[in-house]
Design a protein around this ligand. Structure first.
Ligand code: BES
Ligand code: MN
Ligand code: MN
Length: 454
């Protein structure tokens, strides 16, 4: 059990949790238009919380999509400035029937907060607002802080590039601080130093112009679902290498030393399999599980549909089949280039009996963050102080498009100081966040500012 020692956090911990609950109750699902009002309401809530915590110039800044909530506490222009980024939108809660309690009615069970967004990223984002409150109420703040909390991260942050470009002065900072990643475990804290990029596309395969009786036509006309499955299956070979020509051209290969080092991170394959209830792992030959999820690109089907999926059976040869396909990218792959390669290849492998349409969704570039910076060192010391252990640097497989964007447009490096655990099940049913990680995270952020402004 992690022990909180900061007196202010100890004293106010119940309120800190209660406030997070109020934030978690608003279903800010950015992917689903029917939640539009709720997403805007969440921005208002975040704005009010920033004001309550003591931030100045708090504003809802519109974009072509959901707004960015901005706030700042500038105490001294000669002191360094930290720009905190987070997101107030969440993933859809589906499949609802697999939740043990309702996704937008947070509940604590076994010391964990269960709710969509508990960890990703409402819980982790809110820690920063409570850290600001703590610093101000205890007169500990010794540098400048800016907040930029967006509402479209889970749908690819498409409007952020323009926002960042239009607000370069406002966003000026010495470092970007983000808590939207995880640590290896509470026994082994880590600091994330790499994220994968993403290409996300939707494919539509059309066979005959209308659904057909599968008895009258079956066997003579292409079934687009069958064809789609065959096409998808051909995208990887027997070694689980991706077969799209030139897919690996830009992949940065790590040195043997770098690979050896990353495989020293604590990882027990048996525990990993047990936690997922799988007999065996599966992935690209020649790489360990740790490497497969951090330094290698992937291709996965996220959803596939078509034909009849209602109750009972219907004998139909469908006209159309669809799939949502994503590729995780590593340095130095480019999301736009990979999307193009995919589209060209996918069309090229389609048999003449079907038509194929490929529609790109969103993307994001991979990122690597430095360890030889004042910010990284301050974060390392902060973890030593609160976790009692030196965190180890670790690359993670998820994506946060803004990290690369900040570096490209503002020239600012990011520090990824996250507090999530694998058990948090982000994007899954029963997402959770340990109360102790939430409170300990606030404390670690407070410590970070102390060391960073020394
Ligand atoms: N917070 C996650 C990304 C993450 C989680 C990175 C854990 C490292 C460790 C973020 O909210 C997310 O889910 N991003 C999306 C990308 C986006 C473009 C849809 C993702 O990775 O699928
Ligand atoms: Mn997130
Ligand atoms: Mn997410």
């Amino acid at each position: 059990m992690l022990k909180i020692i900061h007196p202010y956090i100890l004293k106010h911990q119940e309120r800190f949790v209660a406030e997070l609950f109020n934030l978690l109750r608003i279903p800010s699902i950015s992917a689903d238009k029917s939640y539009r009002q709720d997403v805007f309401r969440t921005a208002d809530f975040v704005k009010q919380q920033l004001i309550n915590a003591g931030a100045d110039h708090v504003a809802i800044m519109p974009t072509a999509g959901y707004p960015v909530v901005y706030g700042e506490k500038l105490i001294d222009p000669t002191k360094p400035t930290v720009l905190v980024y987070g997101h107030y939108d969440v993933q859809p809660a589906d499949p609802l029937n697999l939740w043990d309690s309702l996704p937008f009615e947070p509940q604590i069970r076994d010391g964990k907060i269960f709710a969509r967004g508990a960890c990703d990223d409402k819980g982790q984002m809110y820690m920063h607002i409570k850290a600001l409150e703590t610093l101000l109420q205890t007169q500990q703040l010794n540098c400048n802080i800016k907040f930029m909390i967006e509402g479209e991260e889970e749908i690819g942050s498409d409007n952020l590039e323009k926002f960042v470009q239009q607000n370069t002065d406002l966003l000026k900072a010495d470092v970007i601080l983000i808590s939207d990643t995880g640590i290896i475990s509470n026994d082994c804290p880590s600091i994330t130093v790499g994220l994968r990029g993403l290409s996300y596309l939707e494919v539509e395969v059309t066979g005959p112009k209308r659904d057909l009786h599968s008895g009258l036509y079956g066997g003579a006309v292409a079934n687009p679902i069958n064809v789609l499955c065959t096409m998808i299956a051909s995208l990887k070979n027997e070694n689980n290498h991706i077969t799209i020509p030139h897919f690996y051209d830009d992949v940065a290969e790590l040195s043997a030393e770098e690979r050896a080092l990353m495989n020293e991170a604590p990882f027990v394959l048996e525990d990993y399999k047990k936690a997922l209830d799988i007999e065996e792992v599966m992935g690209e030959e020649g790489y360990t599980t740790l490497e497969r999820v951090a330094i290698r690109p992937t291709l996965d089907v996220n959803g596939i549909w078509g034909g009849y999926i209602g109750e009972g059976a219907k004998t139909v040869l469908p006209s159309k089949a669809y799939a949502k396909i994503s590729m995780r990218l590593v340095p130095n792959q480019s999301s736009a280039k990979i999307s193009k390669l995919f589209a060209a290849h996918f069309k090229s492998i389609a048999p003449k009996s079907v038509k194929v349409k490929v529609t790109p969704h969103h993307g994001g570039e991979p990122a690597v963050t430095p360890t030889d910076t004042k910010a990284y060192k301050a974060a390392s010391k902060a973890f030593e102080c609160t976790w009692g252990k030196t965190p180890i640097p670790m690359r993670e497989g998820g994506s946060i498009p803004i990290v690369n964007l900040f570096e490209r447009t503002l020239g600012i490096k990011t520090l990824l100081m996250g507090f999530g655990l694998d058990e948090d099940a982000i994007h899954s049913p029963n997402e959770s966040f340990r109360v102790e990680n939430y409170l300990k995270g606030i404390e670690t952020i407070v410590q970070f500012y102390k060391y960073y402004s020394e």
